[in-house]
Design a protein around this ligand. Structure first.
Ligand code: ATP
Length: 297
């Protein structure tokens, strides 16, 4: 996440993420799943602009970027995670604080890109500055975890390994700038549906081999060890996963898989030019919206 102060508030770039590795370890009694995942932020952003206002109102405005990104089901009212994050933060701060906030949405929804969680984290970080709270990241992360398992990780700006229900976060060793293509098929997937269909493996795969390859920036070994446990269940729910995989197989990516609970899939490319070339080829296949992206610093 990148936060910049302006004359009357802050502007935050809220990035999407890719799960370069994703294993489900078990299902807890509280319904959450224990996971082990390596999360990589990419330069596909929503933009949040926040300023303070007198009185306790939160004025929220949602604008869709004109790129044709499939993100139509985003709530425009108090159900939006941005508003929920601000309301929760001021409740925890015990103060009647107000804000004017606008969100420019580019990240596709129901995609496994974590757009909503990233927006919530951006709202927490922005309000922390504008409302003069000066809370440390750990305290903001506790509020974020009440909103969603993925919110705390977006308070970190670099690649992370996440465990527990996603809230135990350590920075991933090394920080290669990877170049990738991301495909959002015409159909999204609901996270809860995908988890419900998922079968937990008797012997889970460890993240370590992938994390070591990632630390070295070894693309070939990364392709050999990348993995997503949820991909099989997502494929049972949507025929698009197999279709996108077949397309990715034919365009000379180093490796490819689904991110999070889908429905986006991504391909690992050798460099920026390669990613742009692969994206151009995929755009002709009728498999959805295609982005050439890179890791963000
Ligand atoms: P994840 O990887 O966290 O599962 P996702 O891409 O599957 O991410 P999102 O698109 O971030 O999921 O959000 C899922 C749902 O949350 C949306 O369908 C939408 O109804 C709701 N939502 C609430 N606020 C937002 C927001 N600011 N942006 C996107 N979705 C939001």
């Amino acid at each position: 996440m990148h936060l910049q102060r302006t004359a009357d508030g802050v502007v935050v770039c809220a990035p999407a993420k890719l799960n370069l590795f994703f294993e489900v370890l078990n299902r807890r009694n509280d319904g959450f799943h224990e996971v082990e995942t390596l999360v990589y932020p990419i330069d596909l952003y929503d933009t949040l602009i926040l300023s303070g206002r007198a009185g306790p109102r939160i004025d929220f405005r949602l604008v869709f970027a004109s790129s044709g990104a499939p993100c139509g089901d985003v709530p425009e009212d108090s159900a939006n995670l941005v508003v929920r994050a601000l309301e929760l933060l001021r409740r925890r701060a015990g103060a009647e604080l107000g804000a004017r906030v606008s969100l420019r949405k580019r990240i596709p929804t129901a995609a496994g890109l974590g757009g909503g969680s990233s927006d919530a984290a951006a709202a927490l970080a922005a309000a922390n500055v504008v409302w003069g709270l000066h809370w440390p990241r750990e305290r903001l992360a506790q509020v974020g975890a009440e909103l969603g398992s993925d919110v705390p990780l977006f308070l970190h700006s670099s690649a992370s390994i996440c465990r527990g229900r996603g809230e135990i976060i350590v920075p991933a060793p090394g920080s290669p700038i990877l170049h990738l293509v991301v495909v959002r098929p015409p159909e999204g997937l609901r996270t809860a549906d995908v988890y419900r269909t998922c079968r937990i493996a008797g012997r889970p795969r460890p993240v370590r081999p992938f994390a070591e390859a990632f630390a070295r920036g070894d693309l070939k070994r990364m392709a050999e060890t990348m993995f997503n446990r949820l991909e099989t269940s997502a494929s049972l729910l949507s025929p698009w996963i197999a279709r996108v995989r077949r397309a990715l197989e034919t365009v000379d990516c180093v490796g490819y898989q689904m991110t999070g609970s889908g429905s986006c899939c991504f391909g690992l490319c050798r460099h920026a030019r390669h990613a742009r070339r692969v994206a151009r080829r995929l755009q002709t296949r009728g498999i959805g919206t295609v982005y050439a992206v890179r890791g963000c610093r």
